[in-house]
Ligand binder design. Structure first.
Ligand SMILES: [Zn+2]
Length: 333
């Protein structure tokens, strides 16, 4: 196979770990694929109905990025399940302007309360730049490969801020928007063999702690202390798409028709809210030689929720080179 050749069925290439191809150019992962539903079973949504607490506290916190999936989930939680929702947007300093507009428009159409949170810019830049350095030093390789070179630190910061907020408001559930294509990745870091609910302790132990430990952020004591001093209770993390078959088409249709959501033009084909993503993808390609989204998109192709052509379009829309270059400079790379 020549460099960069894709499997004929999915979008993995020969640089993906432990891949091989048969004579028809089909990879071993496609050949031996068992549906995600074997490891991740769609569950009855009575759990979502059951978290309504009928008290004066919010029923749940949703990590709301303004992207397509979390916008869809927010709509369902408010309109279908009639829940008392506190939404939380982690602003990483690199959100698309259209994403901000979408958040603003949605907040005028649905009934929920909302927080924005932004860490100091120098702190954010330091965490991102140090993560790039760790990747180049081959530290935490399986984590960066699974979650992305810039998405992992970003998602760690988001998680810390979200847990702090949930504690402050005594909220017991946080809902996230991982698709079924992404869920098996989470199970790698869960105590359970199959993905179900994650809790705060497992997320801290398997996800937050390994990176925090390597980053050695002693010069930013308040940002980190705030979280580590919290009494960790059992806050449950609920992946919404455990309860509903994920369909990108259905998601777009609902949020465009019901909420006037607009597709950002400044992001790449794999993000609908974040400008960092295109630079993160390029770094990933430079270091690991395959697309950061190839694994989850390939799983969606095999599940029949996306065509190979749609996945290739998403991967090949790499975003604006102007934005990529300006982010590279901002992060001192
Ligand atoms: Zn394949």
């Amino acid at each position: 196979m020549e460099a960069g050749t894709y499997c004929q069925k999915c979008v993995l290439n020969e640089y993906y770990d432990n891949i091989s191809f048969n004579n028809d150019g089909i990879c071993n992962f496609c050949e031996s694929y068992e549906s995600v539903s074997h490891s991740v079973t769609l569950q009855n949504d009575e759990i979502l109905h059951g978290i309504k607490n009928n008290s004066d506290t919010y029923d749940l916190l949703i990590a709301y990025s303004g992207g397509k999936d979390s916008t869809y989930i927010l709509y369902q939680l408010v309109e279908k399940y009639n829940l008392n929702v506190l939404a939380f947007t982690y602003d990483n300093h690199f959100l698309s302007e259209t994403a901000m507009e979408n958040i603003h428009n949605v907040s005028e159409k649905l009934k929920f309360d909302h927080f924005f949170f932004k860490y100091d810019f120098n702190f954010t830049k330091s965490v991102l730049s140090k993560s790039i350095r760790l990747t180049k030093e081959n530290k935490l390789e399986s984590f960066f490969k699974t979650f992305g070179i810039l998405c992992y630190p970003c998602f760690m910061l988001l998680s810390i801020a979200a847990f702090n907020l949930a504690h402050a408001y005594r909220i017991k559930y946080i809902v996230g928007g991982w698709s079924l294509g992404q869920l098996p990745n989470l199970s790698k870091f869960s105590d359970e063999k199959t993905v179900g609910f994650l809790n705060e302790k497992a997320v801290f132990h398997h996800f937050i702690h390994p990176l925090l430990n390597e980053l050695k952020l002693k010069e930013f004591p308040s940002q980190i202390k705030m979280y580590s001093n919290q009494e960790k209770q059992d806050i449950s993390i609920i992946p919404y798409f455990l309860f509903e078959q994920y369909s990108e088409r259905k998601v777009f249709e609902l949020i465009k028709n019901k909420l006037g959501w607009k597709q950002p033009r400044d992001t790449d084909g794999c993000s609908t809210n974040c400008l960092l993503n295109s630079y993160g993808n390029q770094l990933f390609m430079d270091i690991f030689h395959y697309n950061r989204y190839a694994e989850q998109l390939s799983r969606q192709i095999r599940e029949g929720t996306m065509t190979r052509e749609e996945a290739l379009n998403a991967i090949e829309n790499i975003g604006s080179s102007f934005i990529i270059n300006s982010i590279r400079k901002t992060l001192g790379q």
